[in-house]
Structure formats: structure tokens, C-alpha cells
Design a protein around this ligand. Structure first.
Ligand code: BTN
Length: 284
């Protein structure tokens, strides 16, 4: 379910709840890095918390933790992330800075691209990425990504990439403001959604990009992201350090910051950590 600043309640709607098949995910993946080890929790505070528990172990790099329910799921910029038990794909991936250093902001862009590909495959729709890493269909949020970074004991930066994808929710599961702002794969697809198949596709897409990070080409990531975001030329208003700025998106810079031609004059890059989008008008 999309993140928002307050709690939501679970009322009325029933959930068709196929279980995640961790064995088949692991067997089908044939992973080179992402999903070498997979952990499953029926319930946890947050899959990001679970992944951080392994930060000092060798198994941290490429570790994937799935959960069916989170009691304190978190979103970007201090928001909470709530989802009905068994409805979403809730997972976190450990990325060790010792293996190869990738900036957290680029990991967030890579995750958004992989989620975008996955949603396209399972929803028969053309999603868009909202900077930096929300995935939307027809303006409704279907997935969010939260990348957390911490210094490791060896002074490198470790990262946990947390991903939530709405899968089995029906309209009645989205209440309050989410009723008009969230959607799920089940609502968009004519076929039943198998969350294990969604997980395999997503992890494969991530593994393809992260198995050999030294070969990652920032330029091709940048243009891939820009094409999926329909971002170039979009008009946005964003908030940075409590100040609003309006302008036109002209690029994604080498740190994955959004570059705007500002209405107030000048060109400026805004980093994801300190900035939130207030409104976006994508070009047609
Ligand atoms: C956002 O849209 O603000 C990001 C939401 C990220 C939610 C996922 S669900 C799995 C992982 N565990 C968390 O606590 N958060 C992320």
C-alpha cells in the first residue's frame, strides 16, 4: 500500500492470500548476487530492520528478506508504510559496500527501473516512475522503494534496499486518501497475480544489474530512468529545506539528483534525500 503520513485501518474487504513460495523463488532465480540467501518472516517490524541484522555477516551482500506483514513498515521521509497481511510483496535486499561501492541514490534508481519492468510485465499497463523511485499506474501509486545506508565496520557504506509492491489489494483495501491514490497488480491485471512469480521477476531484474556493478553504466541507467519516468520536460513543484520551487525537469545529474530549469531563474539539482515532490505534470 502506498505510504502516507498517518495510519490506515483494515476494514471490510477480504483478501485472497496465496502464500509466497520461497523454495521455488530460490530454485528458479539462479542468482549471481541478489537472492543468494533468502529469509522469510511471517511478521516483522520492517524487512529493512531484518536485513540490517545481517550487516556484519558475509551473507549480508545479496541477502533478501521477505515478510508477509510489517508492524512498523517505513517509507521515505519519515512516512509509514502499511499493508494488509499477505497482500503485498514486502522485501529488503542487503548490498555490501565491500563488494563494490554504489551510491545509495543510484541504487534507488536501479530499484525503480527493476520495479517498473516488473509492474509492466504483470499489469499489462505502462507504468511511470515518479522521482526518485515511486512507481505509478495512471497516477496511482503501486510501489515504493526505501534505500537506507549505513557505515559498516570496515568504513564502507552498506545499503538496504526496501521495496513494497501492492499485489492482491482490491479497491476496498485502500481507505482514506489511498482510495484515490493507490492501486495494485490485481486491480490492473486480467490474470490472477502470483506473488512468487512477481518476486522472481523483480529479483532477476535486480540481479542482472547488480551482479557485476563494476560494469554499470551510469549514462544508460540515466536514460533508462528518464524514458520510464517520462520526466524530461515535466513541470514539477518540489519542496527542499522547507522552500517550494517550480520548474521543468531537464536532466538527472551524476548523483541521481533531479535537475530543474527553475521558473525563478537558474538551473539547480535537487537530491532525493532532502527533497519531496509536491506536484508533477508529465508531458503527454
Ligand atoms: C515509500 O514509498 O515511501 C517507500 C516505501 C517502502 C516500503 C518498503 S516495504 C518493505 C521495506 N520495509 C520497510 O519498512 N519499508 C520498505
Amino acid at each position: 500500500m502506498a505510504s502516507r503520513p498517518g495510519p490506515t485501518s483494515t476494514q471490510g474487504a477480504t483478501m485472497k492470500c496465496g502464500t509466497l513460495d520461497i523454495e521455488s523463488i530460490q530454485a528458479t532465480l539462479n542468482s549471481r548476487r541478489i537472492g543468494q540467501r533468502i529469509e522469510f518472516k511471517a511478521e516483522t517490524s520492517s524487512t529493512n530492520d531484518e536485513a540490517w541484522l545481517y550487516a556484519d555477516e558475509d551473507a549480508f551482500d545479496g541477502l533478501v528478506v521477505f515478510a508477509e506483514a510489517q508492524t512498523a513498515g517505513r517509507g521515505r521521509r519519515g512516512r509509514i508504510w502499511q499493508s494488509h497481511r499477505g497482500a503485498s510483496l514486502l522485501l529488503s535486499i542487503g548490498i555490501s559496500g565491500q563488494k563494490h561501492s554504489i551510491a545509495g541514490d543510484w541504487l534507488s534508481i536501479i530499484a525503480a527501473i527493476a520495479v517498473h519492468e516488473t509492474i509492466s510485465k504483470f499489469s499489462d499497463t505502462r507504468p511511470t516512475i515518479k522521482w526518485p523511485n515511486d512507481v505509478l499506474v495512471c497516477g496511482r501509486k503501486i510501489s515504493g522503494v526505501l534505500v537506507e545506508s549505513r557505515q559498516s565496520q570496515s568504513e564502507t557504506r552498506n545499503h538496504v534496499v526496501g521495496i513494497g509492491i501492492n499485489c492482491l489489494q482490491h479497491q476496498g483495501h485502500f481507505d482514506g486518501p489511498l482510495a484515490n491514490s493507490a492501486t495494485s497488480l490485481e486491480l490492473l491485471s486480467h490474470r490472477p497475480i502470483d506473488r512468487s512469480a512477481v518476486a522472481i521477476h523483480l529479483l532477476h531484474a535486480l540481479d542482472q544489474r547488480l551482479a557485476h556493478p563494476e560494469t554499470l553504466n551510469q549514462e544508460s541507467l540515466r536514460s533508462d530512468w528518464l524514458s520510464k519516468a517520462d520526466a524530461l520536460g515535466a513541470r514539477v513543484t518540489l519542496e527542499h529545506n522547507s522552500q517550494q520551487h517550480t520548474g521543468t525537469i531537464i536532466d538527472l545529474d551524476p548523483t541521481a539528483a533531479l535537475v530543474l530549469q527553475l521558473d525563478e531563474g537558474g538551473i539547480r539539482a535537487f537530491n532525493a534525500a532532502d527533497t519531496s515532490l509536491v506536484s508533477t505534470e508529465y508531458g503527454s
